[in-house]
Design a protein around this ligand. Sequence first.
Ligand SMILES: Cc1ncc(COP(=O)(O)O)c(C=O)c1O
Length: 444
Amino acid sequence: LSEPNATPGPTPSPAVAGLTAYRVPKHGAPVDLVLSGNEGIAPPRALLTELAEADPELLRRYPSAAPLEAALAERFGVHPAQVIVTAGGDDALERTFRAFLAPDRSVILPAPTFVMLPKYATLVGATQVPVPWPGGAFPTDAVLAEISEDTGAICVVSPNNPTGAVATADDLRRLSRAAPQAVLVVDLAYGEMADEDLTPAALELPNALVFRTFSKAWGLAGARLGYAIGPAELIAWLRAAGNPYAVSGPSVALGLLRLRAGDDDVRAYVAEVRAERAALTELLREAGAEVPDSQANFVLARFSDHALAQWLHDAAAGLGIAVRLFGEEPPELRGCVRITCPGDAAGLRRVLHAIRAALQPGALVVEGDADHRALEVVAGQPAWYFTKTADGVRAARRAGAVPLGLEGDDAEAPEALIAAGAARVVSGPDALEGLLPAAIRGGV
Ligand SMILES: Cc1ncc(COP(=O)(O)O)c(C=O)c1O
């Protein structure tokens, strides 16, 4: 225990003092379908077996990313000096902010956008100039109006996270021309999923850097592999502004193996994602959410009432599915839930059912007997099941009904009901009346 008058301990720098660790809110129910992180599908298992045959020198020596940079340079038709491989796209973006921003410079950012961008701006003390981009066309005119002598960077995330909205090559050209002193950050983390690849257009611009990653369509988020491509002079500053050995030897080797395996499975995944996001968009709109057109592997559902967003998140967890709920910050994402495309037919069926069960239940059933026979009637139908037991919660999950714990003297502890998979523990069906569609509200 510290003494009352002890010398104060270390305190963070002013740039860090206002920040918190990146954290995604988690529900207590067990989850086996994770649609909260925008990751792609698993890569071929052969990648791991091939890696197991690598020379142990790979681990002994400090790594070199040069072979992967050369392979990527060939893929994109540029010189290897124009590519830097980094520890995820995150690392390349942070290097860029460190290299080109400062307390006397500003960065123009769409709002909302990828949460790490404002954070990197804060870390270097740059002024942030947010420009609203709720969905639809990129707000190029609004961004042009914000450009000043201090503008050190302009960010275009396309498709944008979390809306999936896209910019065009013409947007990039106009921005580049209007701010030659600024770096045009062209974040294409989800570029493989979009209709148009903005990489060639961006690479023609003297001040643009393209950011790409193996984390999404290529299914290697765990390897932490990303890269930036652009004019060699700009890439050289990114090399100067970070760790020399940011990417581990095994990750570089995995990247090379992944490229060598070809992109047939990536293309198949993207085709599947396109169909899935259309199905998710249609259902969420039908259920009353506002959903921007997305060209990424996720969709954003915006509810007029935050309670509905929170409920969809909880009900999905009750059915074993994690979706991304946004909280108080940033304010433009209050009432929003982002759902990643599962990438396979069974996962899609499950998440579509969960959305229907949460937002369009056809039946509200209160546990009648210990055998949960009422569940047989609603099995596979969108329904809510109220129960006092962990056994009832598990039975509801198996039947595809949103499990809700009931409070009461003869009920199991709320924590036990949540741990078994209950979406929530409530006093009775009336407690959730406000969440029901108006059409069936009277029937509770
Ligand atoms: C828009 C955007 N850019 C970059 C990244 C960084 O991804 P990674 O560091 O895994 O390459 C992400 C990850 O979520 C993202 O959404």
